[in-house]
Design a protein around this ligand. Structure first.
Ligand code: C2E
Ligand code: CA
Ligand code: CA
Length: 645
């Protein structure tokens, strides 16, 4: 039998080229890549032996029969193996659970055992092929070989269909495509047994997989050249899948945005490259990743992570160069051990960003090593997120009202609306806990609407019809996230109109951090809503690093001195001088003040002496539910002499 092996030679060249590229470019040692490497090597071996065997058969008169017999045998052995590898690749990207994996392995192994038993018998019983007078003939079982090939492609197909939800569309389409191509190659081969096409089929598969699913650039960060988030994910998935233990060190560069703004993106990128390179040299080839623009991750053994963290701290204690400037980088480190701290990828990303945002709020530099309490905190946050969503859906978020007392008029003249969240299991969840969560996930916008609507209902029901109550306005908190909306006006005014509330009765409280983070939008909203008659209070004055300049730029009707500031005033001599001066400045600017956190008569008297206009504090009333608050105000305003609790 004479074979035409020109397709095989061409395929061999293609596969060798891919092998060279594969070896030259950094590959992350993921399960996928390991199987691909095996497939590539086995396919090349299969192809080499196919060609050698064809040459040997074409020159049977010079080549001893035993040599041809060995070549044919080895070729068949590799052919069986390459099919198994293709199947294995499909299994790997199908992300099966351990039990499914066992079944999948069994489904591949049983036909393979048959194939190899027949192959081992072939030299004796001539099953796939036999030699007669040095000439190669196909055996009785040759068609079983075709059947075996078809079976594997059928298995691939079944796997694809069963796992279509896990395998992404692009990968799925590629597998469909190459399976179809290989299928056609087999059919052609079946009817033209002298044209060799098996390696051609393999090379089509390998090229497609390499281009589409094994492109190593998919896993590299374009700026730093180290692994990207997808690479980190794959590595972790791999390690978790094999029940390995290890440690992830996450390093977040704190003022990344500011540095980019200050030095330009290009220089910012160069700095990130330098940091990435430093970590790369420290952590090793496959262990360093840039997972977000400002976050790096280093994978280490449990035994070595302390040393790595120490080196990172030492390096970051020194300056980095950015153009001609030498700067210190502010950073936070989070250390997580797996599988103790996380057992899945979503858990890893969730806990990581939970801890990082906790770290970014504190000034503490020490690395944060994940402990049980933190993980509990993370799960509590998740739970609160769910509770919050349900509360929004069912509109079960409550609004409490806290009196604001006028020192001049000696009565309650206004109220601040404060959200309250109760849960059967967790009990009272304070706003200091759920508001930041709602700000982060965007729920704050809906909460703001609910609170505003409740306030309007309250005003319409109890205040508009009863002006003798003495309440002139309700103050509603607006968070940064709400201010980031383009159409804040459209979110607010229709609610007022619906309940016929004069806009002068609504005071929106904006915080210093809004003024810092979104000054332009804030100015825009203040103008638009101000034109509609709504006024504004600057909340939390003294907590950020804003100063009086904001008060000049933005038309605030009043400034609220934060309760921490108030307490500092009464507890600390220096603070007393500083805050006393700020109060004087504000008076000179003609801006009225609300002092929060006043809990004692002496404190109120001191503020009165300083010339403060309004007090909001437990001394004049705690936040209360609607009806209780109304009763409280009625009592209070009719007998202002014996105020207090
Ligand atoms: P805030 O706007 O500064 O509200 C005043 C906080 O101080 C309230 O805490 C109030 O209960 C508390 N407070 C008032 N007087 C005293 C006092 O004399 N002693 C003490 N110890 N505390 C006093 P609360 O209700 O826990 O709210 C905390 C923060 O959560 C608020 O601070 C506000 O920033 C935010 N928040 C509450 N409800 C909402 C809301 O509906 N929307 C938005 N965006 N934020 C809200
Ligand atoms: Ca407030
Ligand atoms: Ca406040």
């Amino acid at each position: 039998m004479q074979f035409n092996y020109s397709f095989e030679v061409a395929s061999l060249l293609f596969m060798l080229l891919i092998l060279i590229h594969f070896m030259a470019v950094r590959q992350f040692p993921t399960a996928k890549t390991r199987v691909f490497r095996a497939l590539l090597i086995v396919s090349i071996a299969e192809c080499v032996f196919n060609v050698l065997s064809s040459i040997g058969l074409a020159n049977a008169e010079f080549v001893p029969q035993i040599v041809n017999e060995v070549l044919a045998f080895v070729f068949f052995a590799f052919e069986g193996l390459s099919l198994l590898m293709i199947y294995k690749y499909t299994v790997v990207i199908s992300e099966l659970d351990p039990k499914q994996k066992k079944w999948a392995a069994l489904a591949g192994l049983i036909p393979a055992v048959f194939f190899y038993v027949f192959l081992l018998l072939t030299p004796f019983i001539g099953f796939y092929y036999y030699f007669q007078d040095g000439v190669y003939h196909q055996g009785r079982g040759a068609n079983f070989g075709y059947f075996y090939v078809m079976l594997f492609f059928a298995l691939n197909f079944v796997m694809l269909i069963a796992r279509r939800k896990v395998i992404n569309m692009r990968e799925r389409n590629i597998i469909y495509f190459y399976t179809a191509t290989a299928f056609i190659a087999i059919i052609v081969q079946y009817f033209n047994r002298t044209i060799l096409l098996s390696s051609f089929g393999n090379s089509v598969i390998i090229i497609m997989v390499y281009l589409a699913m094994q492109n190593p650039n998919d896993l590299l960060d374009t700026v730093t050249g180290i692994g990207n988030e997808a690479a980190l994910e794959l590595q972790l998935k791999d390690a978790l899948g094999r029940s390995q233990e290890g440690t992830v060190i996450v390093i977040k560069i704190r003022q990344y945005q500011q540095m980019n703004m200050l030095f330009g993106t290009e220089n910012g990128n160069m700095l990130m490259e330098e940091v990435g390179q430093y970590l790369f040299n420290l952590g090793g080839k496959f262990h360093v990743f840039r997972s977000e623009s400002d976050t790096f991750a280093v994978l280490s053994d449990k035994g070595h992570y302390r040393g790595i963290v120490k080196s990172i701290e030492d390096r970051f204690a020194e300056e980095w160069r950015i153009e001609e400037n030498h700067i210190l980088i502010d950073y936070a480190i989070v250390i997580m051990h797996y599988p103790k701290d996380f057992k899945s990828i979503p858990e890893f990303f969730g806990i990581k960003s939970y801890l990082l945002s906790a770290a970014s709020g504190s000034a503490v530099k020490d690395p944060i090593e994940t402990d049980e309490k933190m993980i509990e905190g993370y799960y509590r946050q998740n739970k609160i997120e769910m509770i919050l969503e349900r509360a929004i859906r069912e509109r079960s978020i409550q609004v409490y009202y806290q009196p604001i007392y006028s020192l001049q008029e000696k009565r309650i003249v206004s109220l601040e609306a404060l959200s309250r969240l109760f849960d059967e299991e967790l009990g009272y969840i304070p706003p200091s806990e759920f508001i930041p969560i709602a700000e982060k996930n965007g729920d704050i916008v809906r909460i703001g609407e609910i609170v505003l609507e409740e306030c309007c209902k309250f005003l319409s029901k109890h205040v508009l019809s009863n002006m003798s109550l003495g309440i002139r306005s309700i103050q509603v908190n607006i968070s940064v996230a709400q201010c980031m909306q383009q159409n804040l006006k459209e979110a607010i005014l229709p609610i007022l109109q619906k309940y016929h509330i004069p806009s002068s009765m609504i005071v929106l409280e904006l915080t210093e951090s809004t003024a810092i983070n979104a000054p332009v939008l804030m100015e825009h909203h203040m103008k638009e809503l101000g034109n509609a008659g709504i006024s504004f209070a600057m909340d939390d004055y003294g907590t950020g690093n804003a100063n009086c300049s904001y008060l000049v730029r933005f038309p605030f009707r009043e400034v609220k001195i934060d309760r921490e500031m108030t307490w500092a005033y009464f507890n600390n001599e220096t603070a007393r001088v500083v805050i006393g001066n700020e109060i004087k400045t504000m008076q000179k600017l003609g801006i009225p003040m609300v002092v929060e956190g006043v809990e004692k008569l002496e404190q109120s008297e001191e503020m009165e002496r300083l010339g403060v206009e309004y007090i909001q504090g437990y001394y004049y009333g705690r936040p209360l539910p609607e009806m209780e608050c109304l009763r409280y105000i009625r009592n209070f305003n009719s007998t202002p002499e014996d105020y207090g609790r």
